[in-house]
Design a protein. Structure first.
Length: 103
């Protein structure tokens, strides 16, 4: 059932990303207008498996860029004790994929 909620949330984010702006404004104390340009980032991340002999896939619910800021949102339907660790893991991969060298 949890995958159903993940799929629904991801679909909402993909089909109506502008609806995330009020959520981001509230959660992160921002004031983006509803018409702000949003860039959806890839939700698929590949990592080495536990044994290091194959790639495993991790899929985030939503990663978006507004201006120079990247926001990562997850929809959790049940308590499983791993959400905080998964968020750190996902955010690490999002940061690696979007790093920019500055001089």
């Amino acid at each position: 059932m949890a995958h159903l909620f993940d799929d629904i949330f991801r679909t909402l984010c993909e089909k109506n990303p502008h609806l995330l702006i009020p959520l981001i404004n509230e959660a992160f104390r921002k004031n983006y207008p509803i018409t702000e340009k949003i860039e959806l980032l890839s939700g698929e991340h590949h990592i080495l498996s536990e044994h290091g002999n194959s790639l495993a896939e991790r899929i985030t619910d939503s990663a978006i860029r507004i201006g120079s800021k990247i926001y990562h949102l997850e929809c959790q339907s049940s308590l499983d004790g791993t959400m905080a660790l998964r968020m750190v893991e996902y955010d690490f991969h999002i940061a690696l994929e979007n790093v920019e060298k500055t001089s």
